[in-house]
Design a protein around this ligand. Structure first.
Ligand SMILES: [Zn+2]
Length: 360
């Protein structure tokens, strides 16, 4: 790799040791606050971000834009290798060029809310190593693009240096697998297989319930925490109205609504059989104690839920303003568990699930 990369002032043949930077790989890169993410976000593109702050050194190849700092009697170079080989098990791995490397500390940093946060560090202590590898296979995926840079410390013979910024574009991939929290169910995408029922459904413990509300375990645990925190914050009780609904029950429900409001009227607020998120066990309708769920919007509990559900991996699935995209009128009571990473993304970008999945 990097056959075009010649570090400044080191024109002799290089011992190009490839350092597999395990300290910077998967898991660790996501930071300590992030748990392993089952929701399957993917990286769609990897591209160089902003150009280097200074002209690219002529000694560096066109594919390795970095920044060259002079000082301490020698030149150092830190850059990304856009030609890095990507393997099946490290699909988004990027080579990182550091020269000279011996004894330098490499920090991988991510830009979050205007600040550079160090996600991981690595000391390059292999003799003659010029190339390290990092894997950006897991990112904090809270925005459509995330920005990364590398900082290499100074040594007795090399100045400190910072790489160019690398922008990584993030997209989310919807699945048809109803056992995963990233399943996308819409008017156009039915639950598959038809008649699906989750293998395991549990009744959330804690919050009040109108009827027999059951959810898949991950969604149940999350709504328990959400309801407890909502009650503590608002002083009002959050009540669960509806969880899993079978395809048969949904058919009955839609028929009832259609009889009252006509078919096209019912289509605005009720899913047809086989097209309801409730059939997956990942969706729950909530309301405030003493309030009919259709009047949930505007209550203190609803305001709190809209502002905080993402912290528990839930999104308000049918937001006001999203009617054209989701096909449903706003439903502040209908919460959908998608996992904390994706929920955070949806919340921060103010998008719908369809937009996050790129199918809007
Ligand atoms: Zn619902």
């Amino acid at each position: 790799m990097n056959s075009r990369f010649v570090p400044p002032r080191r024109s002799s043949r290089l011992a190009r040791t490839v350092l597999v930077a395990t300290a910077l790989a998967a898991g660790t890169v996501a930071g300590t606050a992030s748990s392993p993410d089952p929701t399957g976000g993917t990286t769609s593109t990897l591209a160089d971000g902003a150009p280097a702050a200074q002209p690219t050194p002529t000694a560096a190849s066109r594919s390795t834009r970095g920044r060259e700092d002079s000082g301490a009697g020698t030149t150092s170079f830190v850059g990304w290798d856009t030609d890095a080989r990507r393997t099946a098990d490290q699909p988004s791995a990027d080579g990182v060029l550091v020269a000279p490397a011996q004894g330098r500390r490499l920090a991988l940093q991510q830009r979050v809310d205007g600040e550079w946060l160090t996600r991981s560090t690595l000391t390059l202590d292999h003799g003659g190593a010029d190339v390290a590898r990092v894997a950006l296979t897991r990112h904090w995926r809270h925005a459509p693009t995330t920005r990364w840079r590398l900082q290499a410390s100074a040594t007795a013979t090399a100045a400190a240096a910072t790489s160019a910024v690398k922008e990584v574009t993030v997209t989310w991939e919807a699945t048809d697998d109803p056992t995963l929290p990233t399943v996308l169910v819409t008017k156009d995408r039915p639950v598959r297989p038809a008649g699906y029922e989750p293998e395991r459904l549990v009744r959330p413990e804690g919050p009040g319930q109108a009827g027999d509300v059951r959810l898949v375990p991950a969604a149940a645990r999350a709504i328990e925490r959400l309801a407890a925190d909502a009650a503590a914050a608002t002083g009002r009780e959050l009540v669960l109205v509806s969880g899993f609904r079978s395809a048969d029950y949904q058919e009955e429900l839609f028929g009832r609504y259609a009889a009252q409001h006509g078919t096209s009227g019912a289509d605005r607020f009720s899913a047809r059989s086989g097209h309801s998120e409730h059939q997956t066990g990942w969706a729950v309708d909530v309301t405030e104690a003493g309030v009919d769920f259709t009047r949930f919007g505007g209550t203190p509990s609803s305001d709190w839920v809209a502002a905080n559900a993402w912290r528990y991996g839930y999104v308000v699935r049918y937001p006001a303003g999203g009617e054209e995209i989701t096909g449903y009128d706003a439903e502040p009571w209908h919460l959908r568990y998608v996992g904390e990473d994706l929920a955070t993304y949806v919340h921060r970008t103010g998008t719908t699930l369809e937009e996050a999945f790129g199918v809007a």
